[in-house]
Every structure is written in structure tokens, then in C-alpha cells.
Ligand binder design. Structure first.
Ligand SMILES: [Zn+2]
Length: 126
């Protein structure tokens, strides 16, 4: 339980500083992002933080026009599933890329998106 909390905290602290991290299982080597409690591959909980390049390509995306609760001032915005160079996929907010140019396979790069009190995972132009 505590290990999970520490991993999540580190993940977002690093993200805020502009560094994307994944966690690698000490049991089987599986890479996971964002952090989870147990390895899906071998059920162990032996995570090690690993730095990721932050470079990837869009796997799929959606333009959000009707805001979830509390995000009324932010629409429209795009979110995308980005497949990182390291082979893991991650959901993030798209920034500084016009909606009409979004497509699967578009290269993007991680960047933190600082909202009022939280840091979102974001991706901008590569
Ligand atoms: Zn494992």
C-alpha cells in the first residue's frame, strides 16, 4: 500500500519537473506506466523507477467538447493515447497541436501541463 503511494507521488513529482518516469518490475522486467500496485505479468510488487524519453506517437485521440465536471473552462481539448518509444502507452492531454492535424502515428513529446493545483500528463509537438 505505502509502496504504491510512494510510486504515484514520485511519478507526479517527476512529471511536474518535466521528467516522465515509468516503473520496471524487478521480478520480470515489465514496464508499467502510470504506476500500479502489482505487476500484471508476475504479480510481484518490486517496482523500480526508470526514466523515459517522453517521445512517442499518437495511437488514438479524442477531442473533448463537453467537459467533465470541473473542467468547464478547458474545452475543447484533445486527449490521446500515446505509445512511447519504450513500448508502453499512456493517456495524456494534447497541447499546442491543432485538432485538425491530429492523426494516429503523429510524433509527440511529453510535457507537463500545470493546472491550478495539479499536474496533468500532456503531449506537445515532437
Ligand atoms: Zn513482473
Amino acid at each position: 500500500m505505502t509502496e504504491r503511494v510512494i510510486n504515484l507521488k514520485s511519478f507526479f513529482e517527476e512529471a511536474r519537473a518535466g521528467r516522465l518516469t515509468g516503473i520496471r518490475c524487478g521480478g520480470c522486467g515489465e514496464l508499467a506506466i502510470p504506476p500500479k500496485e502489482y505487476c500484471a505479468g508476475c504479480q510481484q510488487r518490486d517496482w523500480h523507477l526508470v526514466p523515459l524519453s517522453g517521445a512517442g506517437t499518437i495511437a488514438s485521440f479524442t477531442v473533448i467538447r463537453v467537459a467533465p465536471r470541473g473542467r468547464g473552462g478547458e474545452v475543447p481539448y484533445a486527449v490521446a493515447v500515446v505509445r512511447l518509444e519504450e513500448g508502453v502507452s499512456l493517456l495524456g492531454r494534447i497541447v499546442d497541436i491543432p485538432f485538425e492535424t491530429l492523426r494516429a502515428g503523429l510524433p509527440v513529446r511529453f510535457r507537463p501541463v500545470q493546472m491550478e493545483a495539479e499536474t496533468l500528463i500532456g503531449f506537445g509537438p515532437a
